[in-house]
Design a protein around this ligand. Structure first.
Ligand code: GLP
Length: 239
């Protein structure tokens, strides 16, 4: 595991962008896994500013809320469209997001898994980390071999994400998320975290026991992980 510690979220974003650009230089039609939330935003800023050619890239989002219309600006489909697809100059249909518009969500989850397989798997998976160690929307207790499925969001996660909604009650209670097993199959994982409020969970995930109680501790099982932190998020690490 490579751990890079930078002074600020902006510098961490630039360092993470260098990892992404290297991957795309090596393979112009690379399959990237895109995260939402605040953590990857400095990375997307740096990628947009780099002027790097990402036109051949294909991608998959990690997760989606159930119960929001696809054109709802708070849906991850909308966020991926504005922050990734349009901003980084990808083809309009290049990034797939779990389809929650169909009645059979389990079938949709299976199709998503199949689509990732059909694309040849994910070359580089961008990840953030939740305060309780969640990866995508895999909450504590999720099995390390879990696949894309419907999940119930914890109250803590709903509270954390309430900042994107007018009121906490509006945050959906269900989601469709890639499983930890799905994420671990990506060939290279790129975890990004910044801010003092992530320091404790980053230390638990990277240096604590490997346990489903901390879903992100599963990263310790992967052979190729790059972690990019700002100094505040790295403060709990012992070395
Ligand atoms: C969200 C997302 C995750 C994200 C995490 C951390 O709920 N589903 O993919 O990594 O929680 O979010 P943030 O980066 O905003 O702290």
């Amino acid at each position: 595991m490579d751990i890079l510690v930078l002074e600020s979220p902006e510098e961490a974003g630039a360092a993470a962008a260098a990892v992404v650009l290297k991957s795309v230089l090596d393979k112009p039609d690379a399959v990237l896994g895109f995260a939402t939330g605040s953590s990857p935003l400095p990375l997307y800023d740096a990628l947009a500013e780099s002027g790097g050619d990402l036109a051949g890239v294909r991608g998959f989002a990690l997760d989606e809320y159930v119960g929001l219309a696809p054109d709802d600006p708070r849906s991850y489909a909308a966020v991926i469209n504005s922050e990734v697809t349009r901003r980084l100059g990808l083809r309009p249909d290049a990034v797939r997001v779990p389809d929650v518009s169909v009645p059979d969500l389990e079938a949709s989850a299976q199709e998503y898994e199949q689509a990732i397989r059909d694309a040849g798997g994910v070359d580089l998976q961008i990840l953030g980390i939740g305060h309780n160690g969640h990866l995508a929307f895999n909450e504590p207790g999720a099995a390390f071999d879990s696949r894309t499925r419907v999940e119930v969001l914890t109250e803590r996660t709903r509270r954390a994400n309430a900042r994107f909604f007018d009121s906490p009650d509006e945050v959906p209670t269900l989601c469709l998320t890639q499983g930890i097993g799905t994420i671990l199959q990506a060939r290279h994982l790129l975890l990004i975290a910044h801010g003092a409020d992530k320091a404790e969970i980053v230390a638990r995930a990277l240096q604590g026991p490997v346990t489903p109680e901390c879903p992100a501790s599963a990263l310790q099982l992967h052979s190729r992980v790059t972690v990019v932190l700002d100094r505040a998020a790295a403060a709990g690490l012992s070395r």
